[in-house]
Ligand binder design. Structure first.
Ligand code: ADP
Length: 492
C-alpha cells in the first residue's frame, strides 16, 4: 500500500490528511493555532507555531495510522494564500510574525501605489487589484518597519515566502526556497503572463529580488522531507482555493467551484487564456501542470458562513448553523433581503464603505424571514460573482461544484440552483483542498493521473433549478436594489 499525505495549512488550523492508493481519505489530524490581533485591522500568525502545529499533525497522522514512512509516496502542500513570512537565511528565524491575508495595515502603501498610477499596470501584469490582501505590500511594510531589515535584505541575507514556501523550507531543513505558480500569482509581484517576478513593482516597493523564491509548476519535485532515514518527496503545491478547483476536477474551460466557508471563493477555469476582468474579478494562475499554465477568474466574497455565525452568535436566532435550513423553510415569503456587507463588499462591487442592512421589514416580519434572507444572501452574492465571470469570459457555467462547511445546507444549495439557473453538484467528500494538493503530488510520483480525480469523485447530491425565470428575475432585482442601498454607507 502506498500513501499520499496532504498538509493543509489553513488560516485557523493546520491539518494533515492521509490518502490511500485509490484516493480515499483514511484519516485527518488537526491542530488550531493562535490568531494574533496586535491592533484593530492587524492580523498575525507566529510562523514557528504554524510549523510546529503542521509538523505535529503530520507526525500524529503517521503514528496513529502506523504508516511505514517507506510507503509514503509523496507529500502535497496546500495553504492559506497571501500570508507572508520573512526570515533570516542563515539563522532560519522569522524577522517578525507572519502578516496574514486579512491584515489591513498596508492600506497606505496601497494608496501610494495608486497615486503612482500603478492600478492598470498591476491589473495587466499580475491580474490583481491593488489591495492589502496580497503579499507585496506586506513585505514592503516589514522592510520599512523592522529595524535593520532593509540593510540585511540588500546584502542577500533575507528570504520571503508565502506559507507553502515557509513549509518547504522547514521540511527540507533550509535546503529549498521555492513556491508554485498558483501561490506566486497571489503576491502582486508576479507577472502571470511572462512567468517572472516583476522588476518594476519590486523596484517601486524596494523589495530586493534575491528575497524571492524560485517558482515551479504545481506538480514538481520541491525537495525531500527526510524522516526516519527515508526521503519523502514534496511533490505538489497549490494555494488553497486553486487546490479546491483542482480537487473538484474543474479541468474544463468554464467549469467553476464555490467554497462556502467563512467567506465564499468562486473560481472558474479559463484554460490557457488570460481573461482580464472588466467586472471586478481578479485573474489568477490556477496551476502549472503538464507543461501548461492554466488560468482562472476568481471572485472573493468576504462574508458568507460568517453571516450564519452572526445569526447564531450575534442575534442568537439559531443554536447551530445547520438549524438555519429548518427555519428558512418555515416561510414562503420572499420580501425581506439581508445584505451582509459587514466588512464592506468584495467582488464584484469592491466597496469598503458599504455596511450591512436588512430591507423590506413589515409588522409581520419574524425570525424565519431574517434567517431565510441571510441564507439566501450567500447565494445572491455567489450569483453576482458568477454573472460577472460569464460576462468576462463569455462562457456560461452549467454546473457549479460546491464544497466548504455551508455547502452542507440543502436549502441553500437548492436556492443557489434556483437563483442562478444552474445545476449544483455537491461531492460526498468536501475535502477538495487537501485532495487537490494530494493529487498534484500523486501525479508527480506516477501513482495517479489527473483523470483519476474524476473517476474517484463521488457525488453526494445534485440540485437542479426549479424556479421559473420570472420569479428568479424578480428575486434577483430585489437583491440588486438592496445592495445598491448599502453602498457607500460610511461616506458623508
Ligand atoms: P472556514 O474554512 O472558512 O473556517 P468552513 O468550510 O469550515 O469554513 O465552514 C464553516 C462556515 O460555514 C461557518 O461560517 C458556518 O457558519 C458555516 N456553516 C457550517 N455549517 C453550516 C450549515 N449547515 N448551514 C449554513 N452554514 C453553515
Amino acid at each position: 500500500m502506498k500513501y499520499i499525505i496532504a498538509l493543509d495549512q489553513g488560516t485557523t488550523s493546520s491539518r494533515a490528511v492521509l490518502f490511500n492508493e485509490s484516493g480515499g481519505i483514511v484519516d485527518i489530524t488537526l491542530k488550531e493555532f493562535t490568531q494574533i490581533f496586535p491592533k484593530p485591522g492587524w492580523v498575525e500568525h507566529d510562523p514557528e507555531e504554524i510549523w510546529k502545529t503542521q509538523y505535529d499533525v503530520l507526525l500524529n497522522l503517521i503514528r496513529r495510522n502506523k504508516v511505514d514512512p517507506a510507503s509514503i509516496a509523496a507529500l502535497g502542500i496546500t495553504n492559506q494564500r497571501e500570508t507572508t513570512v520573512v526570515w533570516d537565511k542563515n539563522s532560519g528565524e522569522p524577522v517578525m510574525n507572519a502578516i496574514v491575508w486579512q491584515d489591513k495595515r498596508t492600506a497606505d502603501i496601497c494608496e501610494e501605489m495608486k497615486l503612482e498610477g500603478l492600478e492598470h499596470y498591476v491589473r495587466k501584469n499580475t491580474g490583481l487589484v491593488i489591495d492589502s490582501y496580497f503579499s507585496s505590500t506586506k513585505i514592503a511594510w516589514m522592510l520599512r518597519n523592522v529595524e535593520g531589515l532593509k540593510e540585511k535584505a540588500s546584502r542577500g541575507q533575507i528570504l520571503m515566502g508565502t506559507i507553502d514556501t515557509w513549509l518547504i523550507w522547514k521540511l527540507t531543513n533550509g535546503k529549498v526556497h521555492a513556491t508554485d505558480y498558483s501561490n506566486a500569482s497571489r503576491t502582486m509581484l508576479y507577472n502571470i503572463e511572462k512567468l517572472k517576478w516583476d522588476d518594476q513593482l519590486m523596484d517601486f516597493l524596494q523589495i530586493p529580488g534575491n528575497m524571492m523564491p524560485e517558482v515551479y509548476p504545481s506538480s514538481h519535485h520541491f525537495g525531500n522531507f527526510e524522516f526516519e532515514g527515508h526521503k519523502i518527496p514534496i511533490g505538489g503545491v497549490l494555494g488553497d482555493q486553486q487546490a479546491a478547483l483542482f480537487g473538484q476536477a474543474c479541468f474544463e474551460v468554464g467549469s467553476a467551484k464555490n467554497t462556502y466557508g467563512t467567506g465564499c471563493f468562486v473560481l472558474m477555469n479559463t484554460g490557457e487564456k488570460i481573461h482580464h476582468s472588466k467586472s471586478g474579478l481578479i485573474t489568477t494562475i490556477a496551476w502549472g501542470l503538464e507543461g501548461k499554465i492554466i488560468y482562472a477568474l476568481e471572485g472573493s466574497i468576504f462574508i458568507a458562513g460568517a453571516a450564519i455565525q452572526w445569526l447564531r452568535d450575534g442575534l442568537k436566532l439559531i443554536d447551530s448553523a445547520a438549524d438555519s435550513d429548518y427555519f428558512a423553510r418555515q416561510t414562503t415569503d420572499n420580501e425581506v433581503f439581508v445584505v451582509p456587507a459587514f466588512a464592506g463588499l468584495g467582488a464584484p462591487y469592491w466597496d469598503m464603505y458599504a455596511r450591512g442592512a436588512i430591507f423590506g421589514l413589515t409588522r409581520d416580519t419574524g425570525k424565519n424571514h431574517i434567517i431565510k434572507a441571510t441564507l439566501q444572501s450567500l447565494a445572491f452574492q455567489t450569483k453576482d460573482v458568477l454573472d460577472a465571470m460569464e460576462k468576462d469570459s463569455g462562457v456560461s457555467t452549467r454546473v457549479l461544484k460546491v464544497d466548504g462547511g455551508a455547502s452542507a445546507n440543502d436549502y441553500l444549495m437548492q436556492f443557489q440552483a434556483d437563483i442562478e439557473g444552474v445545476v449544483v453538484e455537491r461531492p460526498e467528500v468536501i475535502e477538495s483542498t487537501a485532495k487537490g494538493s494530494a493529487y498534484m503530488a500523486g501525479i508527480l510520483t506516477g501513482l495517479w493521473k489527473k483523470e483519476d480525480i474524476l473517476k474517484n469523485r463521488k457525488i453526494d447530491r445534485i440540485f437542479k433549478p426549479e424556479l421559473d425565470r420570472q420569479s428568479r428575475k424578480k428575486l434577483y432585482e430585489g437583491w440588486k436594489k438592496a445592495v445598491e442601498k448599502t453602498m457607500g454607507w460610511l461616506k458623508n
